[in-house]
Ligand binder design. Structure first.
Ligand SMILES: Cc1cc2nc3c(=O)[nH]c(=O)nc-3n(C[C@H](O)[C@H](O)[C@H](O)COP(=O)(O)OP(=O)(O)OC[C@H]3O[C@@H](n4cnc5c(N)ncnc54)[C@H](O)[C@@H]3O)c2cc1C
Length: 421
């Protein structure tokens, strides 16, 4: 990668440091430079910037950003090129290991650890798929159990084939990437299993496994992985509870994303247990107002185009903040949900009336298919209501401007009423 910028030194005077060089971080940094911000750096722990798309050797990426359908690596390279052309400094092999109050960061590079600081920091560290250990799957730790991201980086970046006949667990969009990646490498998945009664990804995704010769088993849970050294099979429970063994030599654990929020969690920033990401207001501003957050870190999980767009806007808001154009972080309304059918609502803080900039919508997700009335209430009664028919992993958007009758401070709660079953 072209390096046309000074090295990162301890005590460097930075305007903005962006942690994470994926689509959202690169977009934020590029927008900052385009807004005239002087020294903007992207700190990326991998050897190359570009984030997850670097190892997604398949389409579709880039429709919003480049008005064409690209494969992940081409898309990632173009984002990097655009950022460098705008004057962003990209420092790869640079891991941020601690965030501290007021914008000071502890950074690990090949030579050791140093402390740097910036006037504003943007966290754009993305998400990770839930690993085997967190899924509490029985069996010994045989080789050949991977998340989709790991499978992709083996296939597309290292040209390796970790197994020949895996079972794919899950049916979010990313599980279909696992099939595409497998086909690319000559791997033939034997089954795709989904615990819920229906496929999570949007129709017509469900047709894809069948067209690819992969049997799709819904209502089916993974109970145990067999094999001492490498995987020899799995035991699953079908919709009627009946157990069966499937012969396979690998398992792809796809999806069930969690924001990569360790920095926020181990630092001083407030984290929302519902999204797993930092608590932000409608400008992506965290509980320490020197810090902002963008992209999938905010909540699991959106497409690259959506994350890029969020990053771009966040860059513009940070430029506004540096120019003194954002209102101070006071008297914000808390936005929450206690309804188990709702997974999260983000941003978690809003200031009303909306200021003309900032996120336009609240983003919600459901935990299971829901058809009913979504309502927003505060101490005074119902502020807003709308009938929804929502499915897990699909975003529900609620205009922030519609909350305007809520008054100055307090809490808005979202819940489902009159569910039609
Ligand atoms: C297998 C898979 C397939 C996908 N396929 C598609 C698709 O076909 N189309 C599509 O639109 N979307 C797809 N997506 C989703 C898309 O990749 C994401 O929406 C997008 O990458 C999110 O961008 P981001 O910048 O928020 O995070 P990421 O792309 O995850 O980037 C985060 C970056 O932060 C870096 N980082 C993390 N912690 C630190 C730290 N402490 N210090 C320094 N750097 C750090 C990481 O190394 C990474 O480069 C796919 C996702 C996966 C997992």
């Amino acid at each position: 990668m072209m390096r046309n910028h000074p090295p990162l030194n301890s005590g460097a005077a930075l305007d903005v440091a962006v942690i994470g060089g994926g689509p959202s971080g690169l977009a934020a940094a590029t927008a900052l430079k385009e807004s005239g911000t002087a020294r903007v750096v992207v700190l990326e722990r991998e050897a190359q910037a570009g984030g997850i798309p670097r190892h997604c050797g398949h389409p579709p990426f880039g429709m919003r950003e480049f008005r064409r359908v690209l494969r992940g690596p081409t898309y990632a390279a173009r984002l990097v090129e655009r950022a460098l052309r705008a004057g962003v400094e990209i420092h790869t092999g640079t891991s941020v290991v601690q965030v501290r109050p007021g914008g000071s960061l502890l950074v690990a590079v090949a030579k050791g650890v140093m402390e740097i600081s910036a006037r504003r920091i943007i966290l754009a560290t993305g998400v990770r798929e839930m690993p085997r250990s967190a899924r509490l799957i029985s069996g010994v730790r045989a080789q050949g159990v991977l998340n989709t991201g790991a499978l992709q980086s083996m296939v597309y970046l290292k040209n390796r084939r970790p197994f020949h006949r895996p079972v794919i667990v899950g049916s979010e969009l990313v599980a279909f990437s696992a099939i595409m990646t497998s086909r690319h490498a000559g791997i033939r998945p034997v089954a795709m299993i989904e615990a819920n009664a229906r496929v999570t990804a949007r129709w017509p995704s469900a047709l894809y496994p069948r067209l690819s010769g992969v049997s799709l088993l819904t209502g089916t849970r993974l109970l145990e992985i067999h094999g001492e050294r490498s995987v020899t099979g799995v035991t699953v429970a079908g919709p009627d509870g009946a157990r069966r063994c499937i012969d396979c030599d690998g398992v792809v654990l796809s999806g069930r994303f969690t924001p990569e929020s360790t920095l926020a969690r181990c630092g001083h920033l407030e984290v929302d247990p519902a999204t797993g990401g930092p608590i932000v207001d409608q400008w992506g501003r965290c509980s320490d107002p020197v810090y902002f957050a963008a992209g999938n870190l905010l909540r699991p999980v959106e497409t690259a185009g959506w994350s890029w767009s969020e990053g771009r806007k966040c860059g513009q808001w940070v430029a506004d903040d540096l120019a003194g154009r954002l209102p101070p972080l006071v008297s914000a309304l808390d936005v929450k949900t206690h309804d188990p059918r709702l997974k999260y609502v983000m941003p978690q803080k809003i200031m009303l009336p909306p200021a003309g900039t900032g996120m336009v919508d609240l983003q919600l997700r459901v935990t299971r298919p829901v058809r009913g009335e979504l309502v927003a209430v505060n101490g005074k009664g119902i502020l807003w209501r709308q009938n929804i028919h929502a499915l897990p992993e699909r975003r529900v958007l609620v205009p922030i401007a519609d909350m305007d009758c809520a008054g100055g401070a307090g809490t808005i709660q979202f819940e489902i009423r009159e569910e039609i079953t």
